[in-house]
Design a protein. Structure first.
Length: 307
């Protein structure tokens, strides 16, 4: 099988930050990193702050008050022994959890390693902003393990909570050399993409792929294989890219999920990918942008046909 990373880079992967798990459980070590030149990733809510050069803007942890709630992102591999942190805002401002134009704009300009740093920070800081209270007893919780845990303040409860990742399957379904793609009403005009959906409790990845494709398009599938994954920090998903086959091309659309679903030929897909590189829609459909794993999957499929 072709390496999908050779077909196209996967956005939000490839961080240069060493997560340094061995330091998270050492409060003294984390404090030392904060006070000895710790770097602060500047965020505006959950949006990145960029320099004029289009890179992430970093400040100094020393400029913050001692009580500031910080998450330890890890060690900067470009600066030996230097810790990287991000601040958890005391209160969400405005539509802090919404994905706005600043985040989408950053995805278009940030180098891949910096986009990965931002993605991790956004997901972690966002989790803390949404989980200030214990889900067991409702008491306030405190940041622990450098930001990779929250602990209930209620000593009778003491529940420990950890950052969550929501698994999502996103899949190419193939029949007789064509791909099944769908569009949601919120997509830009002409855009079609791979079908996708959250994995539900008690499901395998393969079962989730089969269920979602049948629910959304009425197509039964077989032969599910894994291709590649992508962290997606809006708010904190893991997109698990898969491929499957259909024996019957008949489509029954669930209009509560999709606006349309169609089969596209290899030529359609190849032309759409060429067009998106020019910032245009293809003749048959508009391909997803390069920052989406659906784009990577489409390129993988085209290269696989050539190979």
């Amino acid at each position: 099988m072709l390496d999908p990373l050779q077909a196209a880079p996967i956005a939000f992967a490839g961080s240069r930050i060493d997560r340094a798990d061995h330091l998270r459980s050492d409060p003294a070590a984390v404090v030392a990193l904060r006070t000895s030149g710790g770097r602060l990733l500047r965020l505006d809510g959950l949006d990145p702050v960029l320099t004029e050069a289009g890179t992430l803007d970093w400040g100094e942890v020393a400029d913050l008050p001692a009580e500031a709630e910080l998450v330890f992102l890890g060690l900067d591999t470009d600066r030996e022994g230097v810790g990287c942190f991000a601040q958890v805002p005391k209160e969400p401002a405005g539509n802090a959890f919404m994905t706005g134009p600043r985040s989408w704009g950053a995805m278009a300009v940030l180098p891949s390693d910096e986009l990965a740093v931002y993605g991790s920070a956004r997901a972690l800081v966002g989790w803390h902003m949404r989980h200030r209270f214990c889900a067991v007893c409702g008491s306030p919780s405190d940041l622990a393990k450098g930001g990779w845990q929250r602990t209930c303040r209620n000593h009778e409860c003491g529940a420990e909570h950890f950052p969550r990742v929501d698994p999502v399957t996103i899949m190419l379904v193939e029949h007789d050399g064509r791909l099944l793609l769908g569009r949601q009403p919120r997509f830009p005009a002409g855009r079609y993409s791979a079908l996708a959906g959250f994995v539900e409790p008690g499901e395998t990845i393969e079962e989730a792929v089969a269920r979602e494709v049948f629910e959304e398009a009425g197509v039964r599938i077989r032969g599910v294989t894994y291709v590649a994954s992508q962290p997606w920090p809006f708010p904190s998903s893991l997109m698990m890219g898969c491929h499957a086959y259909a024996d019957n091309p008949g489509i029954t659309i669930d209009e509560t999920e999709l606006e349309d679903a169609r089969w596209f030929s290899r030529g359609d897909v190849a032309e759409a990918l060429e067009a998106i590189d020019r910032g245009e829609n293809g003749r048959a459909f508009g391909a997803p942008p390069a920052t989406a794993i659906a784009h990577v999957l489409l390129r993988w499929w085209i290269d696989r046909q050539i190979g």
